[in-house]
Design a protein around this ligand. Structure first.
Ligand code: UDX
Ligand code: ADP
Length: 489
């Protein structure tokens, strides 16, 4: 891509979609570019209300540092509203940052992304944009989505009732690489910014925005399809590392090795690198599975079944691994969870986020509930209402203070939300740590063990607990990927 043409001036940005990507990304752009007015719009009124809340603990997305950025920019040059059409009509640049879940029915069901929201946005932009408008695809999208957007915009441009003042469009791909929980850091100090496009002036206009805080050498320019495919590939490679290390973890457990030692040993090879090698309960989050399934769909579509199978294996291993953990808990608790209580610590798909999308906790909790367990679930940031939606099961009246064998009939296959760790663990037969929240690594096991029913287990699916402290408290212990003798049972 040539970078010769000077950028068009961008004064007004509209971002459609005030979610996990749109909200934080626009907040940082507004913070770093005070001369640009940024409007983030969404059809979800309650989400917009939450973004406008004066109480910064009520923002719809929890991200460390986000409150400070919002506090600096909001009402200055950052605005949240439901006036989608107005914001589009005022904008020189429109980011599309709406959700693109996997299709549940029809062609490509279970694999391809559902583009109906993206399509709806493109139509709105086509109808309400004025003048020259640069449209930026920001959602994680399958390859060739920019083409869909472009086709819709061009159709609008060429429609007969348009005149000389009709809007003109350029479409760019600008995938987001932020990881939840570190979104603000990732946005403020990105490894790279990727801009895919055909028109150098449009590319330079978007690059100009990032140049306010990102060094030029980190701004990569490619063609649109390379940019779209690079996003899917980055996520597929990252997810593949997690399935790889989790598969080796299972082998370690079976053979007496410790996956943490193996990870350290291979991570010192500079070609492999040490990041993203933590065995865990399996990857979650809104992107990994969806993006790999997109890659699988594309590969099959283009007649490459071997490529499709290769990537599908990454997702299959992950699902198998999640169920492996549930089976293991059942096995250690004498083959049945009927009449047993499990404290589940952590429901978010990773620490420092309130997001539960595709969290391994969902599959594992469902398995344990099917086995008849009573689950007392704790998470410092996840709303219990979200857990009820994810489990498709209403929350039961709190049973945390009641012994299982108490006179009161409590039931099986039920769950309740525990307000703190101690409550979650009371009368529990096992504690299962699924999210690496810092406070779970600080638990006083001597105190907790007094609340549990013996013989009690601690299952650490995140490797964050000091095993000595657990053993000293008289508890039994399992750690993911650890087959070393003391732990094997
Ligand atoms: C990911 C990509 O990292 C990001 O670049 C992209 O924009 C969106 O998808 P995210 O899903 O927010 O980000 O989180 P990430 O940190 O990548 O973790 C994904 C999952 O892998 C989590 O469930 C996490 O717990 C798990 N994980 C990560 C491990 O189990 N082990 C690791 O070593 C790293
Ligand atoms: P992501 O993680 O990709 O940001 P989210 O689901 O968190 O996904 O956010 C996407 C947001 O996009 C939601 O708040 C949803 O209401 C919004 N949205 C979807 N379609 C439209 C649309 N046509 N116009 C405005 N907002 C939309």
């Amino acid at each position: 891509m040539s970078g010769s043409k000077s950028p068009a001036t961008i004064k007004n940005i509209c971002c459609i979609g005030a979610g996990y990507v749109g909200g934080p990304t626009m907040a940082v752009i507004a913070d770093r570019c005070p001369s640009i007015q940024v409007k983030v719009v969404d059809i979800n009124q309650s989400r917009i209300n939450a973004w406008n809340s004066s109480d910064l603990t009520k923002l719809p997305v929890y991200e460390p540092g986000l409150d400070l950025v919002i506090n600096r920019a909001r009402h200055r040059n950052l605005h949240f509203s439901i006036e989608v059409e107005k914001a589009i009509s005022e904008a020189d640049m429109v980011f599309i940052s709406v959700n693109t879940p996997t299709k549940t029915k029809g062609l490509g069901a279970g694999k391809a992304s559902d583009l109906k929201w993206v399509e709806a946005c493109a139509r709105q932009v086509a109808n309400f944009a004025k003048g020259h408008t640069i449209v930026v695809e920001k959602s994680t999208l399958p390859v060739r989505t920019a083409e869909v957007i472009k086709t819709i915009l061009e159709a609008a441009q060429s429609s007969l009732d348009r005149d000389l003042n009709s809007p003109t469009f350029e479409v760019l791909s600008n995938p987001e690489f932020l990881a939840e929980g570190s979104a603000i850091h990732d946005l403020e100090e990105p490894d790279r910014v990727l801009i895919g496009g055909e028109n150098s002036q449009a590319i330079n206009s978007l690059a100009w925005i990032y140049q306010h805080w990102v060094p030029e050498e980190k701004i990569l320019r490619t063609n649109v399809w390379s940019s779209e495919l690079a996003k899917l590939t980055a996520n597929a490679f990252l997810a593949q590392r997690i399935s790889s290390i989790n598969s080796i973890g299972a082998l370690c457990e079976a053979t007496g090795a410790d996956v943490r030692e193996v990870a350290r040993a291979i991570g010192t090879d500079s070609r492999i690198g040490s990041k993203f090698l933590d065995a865990g309960p399996g990857f979650g989050g809104s992107c990994f599975k969806k993006d790999i399934l997109n890659l699988v769909y594309l590969s099959r579509y283009f007649g490459l079944p071997e490529v499709a199978d290769f990537w599908e294996g990454v997702v299959d291993l992950n699902t198998w691994h999640q169920h492996r953990i549930s089976r293991l808990v059942v096995k250690k608790l004498f083959g049945t969870l009927s009449g047993k209580r499990v404290a589940m610590l952590g429901f978010a798909f990773k620490a420092n986020t309130n997001d539960t999308r595709e969290s391994s906790a969902i599959n594992i909790a469902k398995d344990l509930l099917d086995e008849g367990a009573q689950l007392s679930i704790h998470d410092p940031k996840v709303d219990p209402k979200q857990i009820a939606v994810d489990l498709d099961l209403p929350e039961s009246k709190s049973f945390v203070s009641k012994e299982f064998g108490s006179n009161e009939k409590l039931g099986e296959g039920i769950w309740c939300f525990a307000k703190d760790i101690a409550d979650a663990c009371s009368f529990a037969d096992a504690v299962l740590i699924l999210t690496e929240w810092h406070q779970y690594s600080q638990i006083d096991w001597v105190e907790i063990s007094k609340k549990m029913r013996n013989p009690a287990w601690v299952f650490d699916a995140r490797s964050i607990v000091d095993s000595e402290k657990v053993f000293d408290a008289g508890l039994q212990f399992w750690r993911v990927g650890d087959g070393s003798e003391r732990i094997s049972n």
